[in-house]
Design a protein around this ligand. Sequence first.
Ligand code: G3P
Length: 217
Amino acid sequence: MKFFIDTADLNEIRDLAATGLVDGVTTNPSLIAKNGGDFIEVIKEICGIVSGPVSAECVATDHETMLKEGLYLAKIADNIAVKVPLTVDGLKTCKALSDDGIMVNVTLCFSAAQALLAAKAGAAFISPFVGRLDDIGHDGMQLIAEVVQIYSNYEFDTEVLVASIRNPLHVIDAAKMGADVATIPPSTLKQLFKHPLTDKGLDAFLKDWASTGQTIL
Ligand code: G3P
């Protein structure tokens, strides 16, 4: 399973990339606004830090302008995945960009029907938003199970990118279901390392080691 990080914060990206666990980055207009800075420059910098796919989102809503934006964003670096919304114009743009050999991440997916359309439009990634479905009392992870099954039935190449992840359980459930990618906020990725018994065990080992009076180096 691939781990992308869902942030435009360059310090967080550098920090987590150093762990060797980051296979890509996803951004969206809200994350760009939160981080500040010039959109194109920020995306350029991220592409220099991470060699895997970096999602940069179009903001036009009509096909013609969205396609122009997508072609412009794709020129920033070879590892750009152009992000388009799951609308009629978004999927038209997805088809055109994919036919041109450009990776497309179709975002704002909330149903299996939408995910099926994105795969047929040639998306490299589909981003179902699990946390936002949970927020309105639906079962976000149930959608992931459905999409994984549908894509496997027809051997679609589109990768299931679990988005809007809010906690470590979302990541584990996504892995159990065989989702291809989880895009994880930095704070949640850091939570994955943690277990109280690891901290407790390490404290005990270090205390016992100190009592031997030895050093390794
Ligand atoms: O990048 C899209 C997605 O992960 C958004 O997450 O927490 O704003 O629903 P959230």
